[in-house]
Design a protein around this ligand. Sequence first.
Ligand SMILES: Nc1ncnc2c1ncn2[C@@H]1O[C@H](COP(=O)(O)OP(=O)(O)O)[C@@H](O)[C@H]1O
Ligand SMILES: [Mg+2]
Length: 252
Amino acid sequence: MSVLLRTSGLRKRFGELRAVDNVSLELHEGILTAIIGPNGAGKTTLINLLSGALTPDEGRIEFLGEEITHLPAHLRVRRGLVRSFQIMNIFPRLSVEENVLVPVLMRLRRDRHVWGPVSRCSDALAEVERVLQAVGLWEMRNHPAGALSHGDKRRLELGIAIASRPVLCLLDEPCSGTNPVERRGVLALVQKLAREGQTTFVIVEHDMDVVFSLAQRIVVMSRGQILADGTPSEIRDNADVRAIYLGEVQDS
Ligand SMILES: Nc1ncnc2c1ncn2[C@@H]1O[C@H](COP(=O)(O)OP(=O)(O)O)[C@@H](O)[C@H]1O
Ligand SMILES: [Mg+2]
């Protein structure tokens, strides 16, 4: 099982607050990993550090065997490390197709065509179709992204994330704001994409039923640290985890 990403001793403070506190973690190829934990546990901050949106105060991040601790986010994307956001991150006035075309063109290193006539790039269009078919939005390709339902916007975000054919894709609450039906659809989609095997996914998600049915590995964060790390059944039986979620032990 090869290690795609490795952190050691990662720390990020906001003033006195230790948002991420000495996190050492390995993410393995082909293993759908969920990161869970109470609000404020540091999940988004960790994703921000991994994706390059934030710089750690201490520690090191390696991706595919090379140090990327201080590499800017866009260069991480180029190496195959992408993320989606807890808050929606699409271009609402562009069509569904155009939203996916932008990262496809970037991958094809044809950046000069990004704003040119779309018909010039048949490779890119074939790739856009592949992505939109994969996320179930091909029929909606000409709609403005802003007009989609919330669930379909989330599908589009997934499409944007996978359009660059990443090695590792970090999804921060990809279902936030969706209703239960949409949520199941989006999560089934993540599972399908994960099984296709081109990309390894890490998902931050707070719905426990979903996490336990979806993930092959669960990392539990609490107060910036990793409290537990294991298979769903190991995590289900972990007394510390139950304590946080059931509120049996109050924070000291
Ligand atoms: N930019 C920031 N400035 C100050 N505090 C922040 C910032 N981002 C996050 N925090 C704080 O860091 C802690 C961890 O936040 P976050 O990583 O968003 O948690 P989670 O995603 O697990 O809910 C929280 O207490 C939050 O208020
Ligand atoms: Mg968060």
